[in-house]
Design a protein around this ligand. Structure first.
Ligand SMILES: *Cc1c(COP(=O)(O)O)cnc(C)c1O
Length: 445
């Protein structure tokens, strides 16, 4: 692992320099997202290797919300992954990327009838969130028939990790059937008994901030429930366990920790029945696949000072680093200070703020951070931003979605860029903001 992570930093350094040298970031496009194609492939390889078990059929899906970029989904598809989708838009992206229906899982908590009908018609797997949704599925299946595997999402209510908003297995989480509520398990057993075609069980304990032990406890609860469902049914009714995603990412260094192997090994030790061949497995990792393979590169427009605090005003703020700006304590990012040529700056660290371009005071990606003093014309790199950052744009101030470039970087410094997404144009911005529609008329009264 260590070797791989060193290489990650070296490739990133080559790519940052090359992007600046080749003018891929300039006045017109002062912020850009970069994705390490080799790193993404390495993530996929590590995932497959960690879980591979003779006699166990495993479908690894990628949680589309973590990086909703069609070429990335297509690359992951080529690496053997499927897609976990949670909206009609994500379903459309997965299909546009050529992900086959039998490798797509639909998981949203608010699926409409139309969404369910589409999924059931395509043969996409559906995890029902609640009893009302399951009744809709009953009716739709009766109408049209369907080859879709259907499961139920359960919330083992085992508690929160360190970030409340990311914790889905709390007592009052909005997701899934709350298993420890009075009568819930009896209802689950009846639900399966009355639906012999329901053959999956799903849980996802949370994202970032949930320790491995808690994730394992969530999976164990789902596994044990599947055993009880099957015992009650007198046959192997539940044949596939969907264990969700949620592997946390280390935002402090380039080290990939915890690794997929650590998580899979812990699962093997703590829930051995998961791997004995009686169940197929589905996983839904997002952040851990992409985070360390992405970097935001932005120009420093101005360097100023206020109240004795140096402030670098850059083009990377809340529009690309939304969570970091709004919830900075939960989502701190490493920031690299780069010079005008995209090389890491040397120099004594100076405590400074790194600000974004948005018009509100809190638009800072780093506050009071010791870094070589940034100057106008320099650059900054926000590290580990491949998941849930530049791929989840926030349209504040009508700042355009930045371009995203994939890169490969060889040890000799040869870098090749491939477009993943073009920057949003002014015309697109205007159209998306109602441009072209007639002006509102004054109301007559
Ligand atoms: C968000 C989500 C995931 C992915 O979580 P990561 O922390 O990005 O791995 C997987 N499954 C479900 C149901 C989710 O909501």
């Amino acid at each position: 692992m260590a070797v791989m992570t060193d290489e990650l930093g070296i490739r990133r350094g080559h790519a940052l320099r090359a992007a600046v040298e080749r003018g891929l970031i300039d006045e017109r496009e002062p912020v850009v997202g970069l994705l390490d194609i080799t790193g993404i492939e390495d993530s996929a390889t590590a995932l497959h290797a960690a879980f591979a078990t003779p006699g166990v059929e495993i479908t690894h899906t990628f949680a589309v919300k973590a990086a909703s970029l069609v070429p990335v989904l297509a690359l992951l598809g080529e690496c053997g992954l499927g897609a976990e989708v949670a909206s009609p838009g994500e379903m459309a992206l997965a299909r546009a990327a050529g992900i086959p229906a039998d490798r797509i899982v639909l998981d949203s908590p608010a699926k409409t009838r139309a969404e369910l009908r589409e999924a059931l018609t395509l043969g996409v797997a559906v995890n029902a969130d609640n009893p009302q949704e399951l009744e809709r599925i009953d009716a739709l299946r009766a109408d049209a028939g369907s080859a879709s595997p259907v499961g139920l999402r359960v919330n083992p209510q085992i508690g929160a990790g360190s970030i409340g908003a990311m914790s889905t297995a709390t007592a009052t989480s909005k997701f899934g059937v709350a298993l420890r509520d009075p009568g819930a398990e009896e209802w689950v057993l009846r639900a399966y008994a009355g639906r012999p075609w329901m053959n999956r069980l799903h849980t996802h304990t949370g994202s970032q901030g949930v320790p491995l032990e808690l994730m394992v406890a969530g999976v164990r609860a789902a596994y044990e429930l599947a055993e009880r469902i099957n015992a009650a049914a007198g046959r192997r009714q539940v044949t596939v366990l969907d264990i969700g995603g949620g592997l946390p990412v280390n935002f402090d260094s380039d080290a990939v920790t915890p690794s997929y192997a650590e998580y899979a090994d812990l699962l093997r030790a703590e829930v051995p029945g998961l791997f004995d061949g009686r169940y197929g497995l589905v996983t839904e990792f997002g952040r851990s696949m992409l985070a360390k393979n992405g970097t935001v590169l932005a120009r420093v427009e101005y360097a100023k000072s206020a109240g004795g605090r140096p402030i670098a005003v850059t083009h990377a703020g809340a529009q690309v680093a939304t969570r970091t700006v709004f919830v900075p304590d939960a989502w701190p990012l490493r920031v690299l200070a780069l010079d005008a040529k995209g090389r890491e700056k040397a120099g004594e660290p100076v405590v400074q703020d790194v600000a974004g371009p948005c018009c509100f005071a809190g638009d800072l990606v780093a506050k009071g951070r010791p870094l070589p003093l940034l100057e106008s014309g320099d650059h900054v790199a926000l590290l580990d931003t491949g998941a849930y950052y530049f791929s989840n744009h926030f349209a504040y101030n009508s700042l355009p979605r930045p371009a995203v470039l994939g890169y490969t970087a060889l040890p000799d410094g040869t870098v090749e860029f491939t477009p993943v997404r073009t920057a949003q144009s002014e015309a697109e911005l205007i159209a998306e903001s109602g441009g072209g529609l007639p002006p509102l008329r004054r109301a007559s009264r």
